[in-house]
Design a binder for this molecule. Structure first.
Ligand code: TXA
Ligand code: MG
Length: 340
């Protein structure tokens, strides 16, 4: 399969067509409750290599393996009691677990690590597909490397159309943020690797305190793929508190992205305001975040994006994390992100 491979990308709801392409070692777009994935047979190194090629992602970045049941997870990873408990409570759902991998998982999937990220997504079409396939699916989010993740089939067509044969259309992603990633330290304690669509507080209500690296008394975690700049719009985006005065010389070219309230300054300057959740619900804000970032990026009238503040707890942790990575500050890739 060569670099310039071109397809007539079809979008549809056929599990049979999706399965046919996957059996042939091709990669397809597919829905999950978090974001759309770019999926291929996780046990076929050629299909996995094709994922990296289509996504233009460096291959030091490991991929999550998607399964249709807890039993299937046990075929590819060594479970531990806390992981099993979390699977029982939160699967299918927006939770990825980092577990010791079994030898059948190709090294390319885990970027050479002994640990594999594994999750059971909660989307009816994809669950049915996973249950008909004799192999699990490796799937990163279906966006080109560094761009905002897709939350509907149209986003995938816009960015990967022509590069993949099929997109399984399962409607808009309900959660809208990537899965929360949990690993375990040598003492078996749960560690947060990526804030995501399942709030830490919910995990803690089942297993007690989760270690949050970078928090008080904790060194920052060197997790692969956690680029400081990521999920970024092409247009400059900054918190309203950090936007330079020069930006305000042309208020009509600015868009404000906020949670539930429009600040007085935005109103006074006649800046167009886009609230993610006028109802004050963090889950509503999460569902719409990437969609609205894309709309503003595609809107010709908008040149710059300023962002309001979001609550720091619950899903607000992941929303703030994605916004921080989207701000166009500093180098896109720095040495400390590289996987050791
Ligand atoms: O919600 C999601 O998790 C979506 C949907 C499609 O399932 N997938 C997703 O995949 O967000 P991706 O590849 O865009 O982000 C996965 C991140 C990687 O960047 C990496 O940080 C971490 O998961 N990861 C995956 N496997 C890992 C491993 N073996 N060790 C450490 N980190 C891993
Ligand atoms: Mg991603």
């Amino acid at each position: 399969m060569g670099e310039g491979l071109q397809y007539d990308t079809l979008t549809g709801t056929s599990i049979i067509d999706a399965a046919k392409w996957l059996h042939e070692g091709e990669v397809i777009g597919l829905p999950t409750e978090t974001v759309y994935g770019l999926a291929g047979n996780a046990l076929n190194a050629t299909a996995v290599a094709r994922i990296f090629e289509v996504k233009q992602r460096p291959s030091f970045n490991p991929l999550i393996v998607h399964v249709g049941s807890v039993e299937q997870a046990g075929e590819y990873a060594q479970l531990n009691p806390i992981a099993s408990k979390l699977m029982e409570v939160f699967w299918p759902g927006p939770l990825t677990l980092l577990l010791k991998k079994k030898p059948v998982v190709p090294d390319l999937v885990t970027a050479g690590s002994d640990y594999v990220g594994i999750r059971m997504p909660n989307h009816p079409l994809t669950l049915e597909l996973l249950r008909t396939l004799p192999f699990p699916l490796a799937a990163p989010s279906a966006n080109p490397f560094m761009y905002v993740s897709p939350t509907n089939a149209k986003h995938v067509v816009q960015q990967l159309g022509g590069k993949i044969p099929y997109i399984l259309d399962g409607g808009p992603s309900r959660v809208g943020l990537e899965s929360t990633i949990i690993g375990f330290n040598p003492d078996g304690k749960a560690v947060l690797y990526r804030a995501g669509g399942l709030a830490v507080e919910e995990l803690e209500s089942i297993i007690g305190p989760v270690i949050i690296p970078g928090g008080k008394n904790e060194a920052p975690l060197a997790a692969p793929g956690q680029l400081k700049r990521h999920y970024a719009t092409n247009k400059p985006m900054l918190p309203i508190t950090e936007a330079p005065n020069s930006w305000y010389q042309e208020p009509t070219s600015i868009a404000f992205l906020g949670f539930d309230i429009v600040p007085a300054k935005v109103n006074a300057l006649g800046i167009s305001a886009h609230l993610l959740a006028p109802n004050g619900s963090l889950s509503t804000a999460a569902t719409h975040l990437f969609e609205v970032m894309r709309q503003l990026d595609d809107n010709q009238a908008v040149k710059r994006i300023i962002v309001g503040s979001f609550p720091k707890t619950g899903l607000g942790r992941a929303i703030n994390d994605r916004l921080q990575r989207a701000y166009n500050k500093g180098p896109a890739v720095t040495q400390d992100l590289l996987f050791q």
